[in-house]
Design a protein around this ligand. Structure first.
Ligand code: GLU
Length: 557
């Protein structure tokens, strides 16, 4: 009868290399003891999930802060799911977040001594390992058809048994090698299955860097490790790649915990030491009904990283926000560091909160405002321009038309100790500043009813009177307080109190308060009730243009 070794040679005659050859080709990395080798292993589905960005961020951080290596491996063995261009999309998107693997598949090239880093190019390597497993009797060809597998499942369900290919149900496990060869010779299609020696009644102890120690049922499924298309399944590829790429810590989503017994079973069969594991919590979303569910690609726009890029969120804010989800002590740290130098923060697995991974867009908006507020006018203009070039022709046009003017608009109360936090994303930036541009301002005010003057308080005549007085007397001194004093004087002459207190003491003696005068001026210049600081708005527009606007509104009223 054919030995296991002969069967292995019979199935894979072209495979001449051995595990020892691979061990030599991919030697242990020459790194310091504490250096972590981490990897991000996306499948090319054309879509970077926010949860994957979260994972990649942590992989990158852990490698960098330990002086290790962070590499990218493309997991494209599921050829059905692959989408054109998606490989480079993922890298471009990571890059936008400043996550740049130093090794692996880097889009236009592959870098490093542990490649290839694209799984579909590693078929030969997997075959060496699969052949080895057959040769030691720990893997075998399985000829089960889909119908057979379906029938088996039905039988198991009817008997309320665990479903799957295991124990007595693992029918092709019991063939002898001659029978196996005969079926191969007859041309029957087959896959290769791992022969598990586990027993699901028994437990194995798991050590997870985030969850600590816990017990979980052993694997006893004879899982498929090699598909009829010549490629391995995720389980085998994970074990082989993380072994030969010398990953020290596998950081991945918690959805993989359930498969961990399979992976440990495979490591053991191969006689390899398993890497450390850290299973990250899923990012959840609070639904309107108050329940929590996984951030869903289908239902939630914020599940796709592209959403944030298209909306023009500063990528740094997203990373900061994700780090608050990752480490419970980060938020306090980044406040203390004034939203700067997050590289100095030390990430630790034991501070990953397991229940706190709830996605909160309001909090992200808050981080965004902080990030945009700390930039200089030049920095924010560069960022806005980069965004505009990709996503907003109108914004690009206005920056191109007069960059210095744009910078001054964004500089209103910016470069100072407590800057204003007007902006949190670029998608609506233009809308917010459109009134600074003459054509847009005119478009709005031409329909004078659009202006939110408080018509219950003032009729057109009062508004005109106020505007005329401002037109005749307003100036633009260097000090804001002086300017405001002048505005008060203008108001006083017209019968407006200098402050609320004065007004309240004798409401009948006044037409209103100076704030009302300012509001009329604000609406005139900006078309809104809320705007950036009015004095600075006037400074950006200039005295001349401000007066022209006042005059124009008087003629329209
Ligand atoms: N390719 C797997 C995925 O996209 C990677 C899981 C892992 O990190 O091992 O889910």
């Amino acid at each position: 009868m054919l030995t296991d070794k002969e069967l292995a040679d019979y199935i894979f005659p072209e495979v001449k290399e051995t595990i020892e050859d691979l061990e030599k080709r991919y030697p242990k990395r020459n790194l310091k003891e504490e250096a972590e080798v981490t990897r991000f292993a996306p499948s090319p589905t054309g879509f970077l999930h926010t949860g994957s960005l979260f994972t990649a961020m942590i992989c990158d951080k852990v490698a960098r802060q330990s002086g290790g290596v962070f590499y990218l491996r493309l997991e494209d063995t599921d050829t059905k799911r692959e989408i054109e261009n998606s490989k480079t999309i993922i890298l471009d998107q990571l890059k936008a977040f400043n996550i740049t693997p130093s090794e692996g598949f880097l889009g236009d090239k592959q870098v490093g001594d542990y490649g290839p880093y694209v799984q579909s190019e590693r078929a030969d390597i997997y075959k060496v390992v699969i052949k080895y497993l057959i040769s030691i009797g720990r893997a075998y060809p399985c000829f089960a058809t889909q119908e057979e597998l379906d029938a088996m499942r039905k039988e198991q369900e009817a008997a309320k048994l665990i479903t799957g290919y295991y124990g007595q149900f693992a029918k092709y496990r019991f063939l002898n090698n001659d029978e196996r060869k005969a079926l191969i010779d007859s041309g029957k299609p087959f896959v290769i299955r791992f022969k598990s020696l586990g027993n699901h009644i028994k437990k194995i102890r798991i050590h997870d860097l985030i969850r600590g120690e816990f017990d979980i049922a052993q694997n006893d499924q004879d899982i498929v490790i090699y598909k009829s298309d010549g490629l391995p399944t995720y389980h085998l590829a994970h074990v082989v790649d993380d072994h030969f790429m010398r990953t020290t810590t596998v950081i991945r989503g918690e959805e993989w915990i359930a498969s961990l017994p399979i992976h440990l079973d495979l490591f053991e069969a191969l006689g390899w030491e398993a890497p450390r594991y850290a299973h990250l919590p899923l990012i959840l979303k609070q639904t309107e009904e108050g329940t929590r569910r996984k951030l869903s690609k289908r239902l939630d726009k914020e599940a796709a990283v592209s959403f944030f890029l298209e909306e023009g969120y500063p990528t740094e804010a997203i990373i900061m926000y994700l780090m608050t989800i990752a480490n419970s002590n980060f938020e306090e740290w980044i406040f203390a560091h004034k939203f700067k130098d997050m590289d100095q923060f030390n990430f630790t697995f034991d501070k990953v909160s397991l229940e706190g991974a709830l996605f909160d867009i309001n909090k992200l908006n808050f981080f965004s405002r902080e990030c945009l507020a700390k930039l200089t006018k030049k920095e924010i203009t560069d960022m806005a321009y980069e965004y505009a070039t990709k996503y907003s022709p109108k914004l690009k046009e206005v920056i191109d038309s007069d960059r210095a003017y744009f910078e001054e608009i964004l500089n209103i109360e910016r470069e100072k100790e407590n800057p204003r936090k007007d902006y949190y994303r670029f998608i609506d930036l233009y809308e917010n500043i459109a009134f600074f541009y003459e054509d847009d301002w005119k478009n709005i005010v031409n329909d004078i009813k659009n202006l939110p003057f408080n018509r219950e308080k003032y009729n057109n005549e009062t508004i005109k009177e106020v505007l005329r007085a401002i037109y005749d007397n307003i100036d633009l001194p260097d000090e804001e307080s002086v300017w405001f004093d002048h505005l008060k004087q203008i108001g006083a002459k017209l019968g407006f109190a200098a402050n609320n207190k004065e007004y309240k003491e004798s409401p009948d003696s006044y037409k209103g308060v100076v704030a009302d005068v300012a509001e009329i001026l604000r609406i005139t210049l900006t078309t809104r009730k809320n705007s950036p600081n009015l004095y600075y708005v006037m400074r950006v527009l200039g005295l001349e243009k401000s007066k022209q606007r006042i005059d124009y509104i008087i003629t329209l009223l």
